[in-house]
Write a protein that binds this ligand. Structure first.
Ligand code: NDP
Length: 335
């Protein structure tokens, strides 16, 4: 059990994910301690200030965020803002000399991701993306199945992830704040999973937007999108993501068997079965596993493993932008 000095972390944006998932994980981990908050809502401050004994100098808002450079108790910031704000607040944190964890999707564009990677490199700070599934037992098992070829070479993957949106005012429907619809929000899990099962990058995609059934919701972002993607070894990956349908699966077929998970990516409880029997794995709090996994990586002087870093986030954004380009223009998009 780690008993050294804890890493001071500040949450940027005190919304659902920061306060209901990441904060309990910070509390449960021996590596981390909440030492700061950044919020645009003053009424949220007292609860956190009191519970965590936060110093006034470590309580910031979006206007005085550059004071971060003076916050010696804050080693790492965790950006839990709407997607369109990730780049700005990650880059400013890097310039203040702070390591960064940013939520998925890493940002709204390839250029933003590249600017984040450059800013962190220039300031010699780490940049991680909060891909919790990389620390979660079922998804780690899926990676192992791919790597060890437990079911032979996987040559067909199908994955769907969607949920039915019920709030027409949520930022996830705002093109600028969200960067896109369900693809940016949850379709990203299917894409990341296909990449980690194959341990390869796809080469082409053909995508189609689904129909808009609720025009009052979907005047800025897609309601659904589906795709046919190919990997260099001939593997076909079909996918679907939607704000209209509750669906969540990862199905992988190899030349010697298959495995499938559903629920595959959410807080579950995740379930999985294979052509050899059930996936009998522990159901865990993903974010606690993530923060416990990231602790030693941030304590170490070594660079982050690529699949935890901004490089991984950038790869998914490149693919999602190719999906959007194909769906908008029609036809095959090479990557
Ligand atoms: P919320 O809407 O619950 O929280 C976002 C917070 O950002 C707000 O509470 C607010 O905090 C702050 N904020 C600042 N400016 C704005 C603005 N213009 N509009 C809305 N909020 C603003 O979102 P989530 O917590 O669900 O999502 C935050 C990020 O986390 C997203 O990138 C999302 O993709 C990711 N996420 C990841 C999940 C995962 O499993 N890895 C699951 C859920 C979300 P304040 O009032 O303190 O300023």
């Amino acid at each position: 059990k780690y008993e050294g000095k804890k890493i001071g972390i500040a949450l940027v944006g005190l919304g659902y994910y920061a306060t209901k998932q990441i904060l309990p994980a910070i509390d449960a981990s021996p590596y981390w301690q909440l030492t700061g908050i950044v919020t645009g809502t003053p009424s949220k401050i007292p609860e956190f200030k009191e519970k965590y004994n936060l110093k006034d100098e470590n309580i910031l808002n979006y206007e005085n965020y550059d004071k971060l450079k003076n916050c010696s108790d804050i080693d790492v910031v965790y950006v839990c803002l709407p997607n369109g704000m990730h780049a700005e607040y990650a880059i400013k944190a890097a310039k203040a000399g702070k390591h960064v964890i940013t939520e998925k999707p890493m940002a709204n564009s390839v250029a933003e991701c590249e600017a984040m990677i450059k800013a962190c490199k220039d300031s010699n700070v780490k940049l991680a993306v909060g891909y919790r599934c990389h620390f979660e037992p079922f998804n780690k098992e899926a990676m192992r199945f791919g790597r060890e070829k437990t079911f032979g070479e996987i040559n067909y993957i199908n994955s769907m992830f969607g949920w039915r949106a019920g709030n027409p005012n949520m930022w996830r429907l705002d093109g600028k704040l969200a960067g896109g619809g369900p693809l940016m929000d949850v379709g990203i899990y299917s894409i990341n999973a296909a990449r980690y099962v194959k341990a390869m990058e796809p080469t082409s995609v053909i995508a189609h937007f689904g129909p808009i059934t609720r025009p009052d919701y979907f005047d800025e972002v897609e309601e659904s999108v589906s795709w046919h993607m190919e990997f260099p070894d001939g593997t076909v990956f079909t996918g679907f993501t939607s704000y209209n349908t509750n669906v969540e699966k990862l199905e992988c077929y190899g030349d010697q068997g298959w495995f499938e998970m559903g629920p595959a990516f959410s807080y579950g409880p995740l379930k999985g079965k294979t052509s050899k029997g059930p996936m009998d794995l522990p159901v865990v709090h993903h974010q606690t596993y993530q923060m416990n996994g990231m602790g030693p990586m941030f304590l170490s002087k070594d660079p982050l493993p690529d699949h935890i870093s901004g490089l991984e986030g950038l790869k998914d954004i490149k693919i999602m932008m190719a999906i959007y380009e194909s769906a908008k223009a029609g036809g095959k998009k090479m990557m």
